[in-house]
Design a protein around this ligand. Structure first.
Ligand SMILES: Cc1cc2nc3c(=O)[nH]c(=O)nc-3n(C[C@H](O)[C@H](O)[C@H](O)COP(=O)(O)O)c2cc1C
Length: 158
């Protein structure tokens, strides 16, 4: 088991903030277990721990947004890795914008986003895989560097 964990920890990921809900009645959490899984149509998958409020909230809203965080913005990632209490309070007081296709709150200061409609879920051990079809996307500046588990030294082990 120790060997498996050691090798899994070598894998590199982007560090994102995933949002869901409506306006300030939304939730946000730092996430890194995210990958593109189809190009036609464009789809991504996101693994969320079954105990996290976000797992219930993505199912409830049937949509989520992947907010891309710039390298050096560790403070943003750290703001959202604390657990939600009721589930819809983490974005209260944040001036979010609605995403164009699913109306999901978008995080101010993100360098880009993927606006995703939930199309399927797959149970994967203690996590659920949320499969999203990307309906809209935007990038502020194509030269911006993404925060990663390597450049931020932030890491998720589940
Ligand atoms: C760098 C980093 C990456 C993370 N990636 C994930 C992830 O992919 N899936 C997940 O369920 N939790 C992940 N987490 C943990 C959640 O951000 C954290 O448990 C959060 O409290 C869950 O939010 P919620 O309680 O609002 O659902 C990550 C944490 C950090 C610091």
């Amino acid at each position: 088991m120790k060997d498996i964990q050691k090798v899994l920890k070598k894998l590199e990921y982007g560090v994102y903030v995933v949002t869901m809900g409506r306006g300030t009645q939304g939730n946000a959490f730092t996430a890194s277990w995210i990958s593109q899984i189809s190009s036609e149509p464009p789809m991504v998958a996101l693994a969320v721990h079954n105990k996290h409020q976000s797992s219930r909230l993505i199912k409830e809203n049937k949509a989520f947004a992947v907010n891309l965080i710039g390298s050096g913005q560790e403070a943003v990632a750290k703001t959202y890795y604390g657990p939600a209490e009721s589930g819809y309070e983490k974005l209260a007081g944040t001036s979010v914008k609605d995403s164009p296709r699913t109306g999901t709150p978008l995080l101010p200061g993100a360098i880009g986003y993927l606006d995703c409609l939930l199309v399927d879920t797959v149970q994967a051990g203690n996590h659920t895989l949320f499969i999203g079809r990307v309906k809209a996307a935007s990038l502020d500046d194509s030269d911006s560097q993404l925060m990663t588990t390597t450049n931020s030294k932030l890491y998720y082990t589940g």
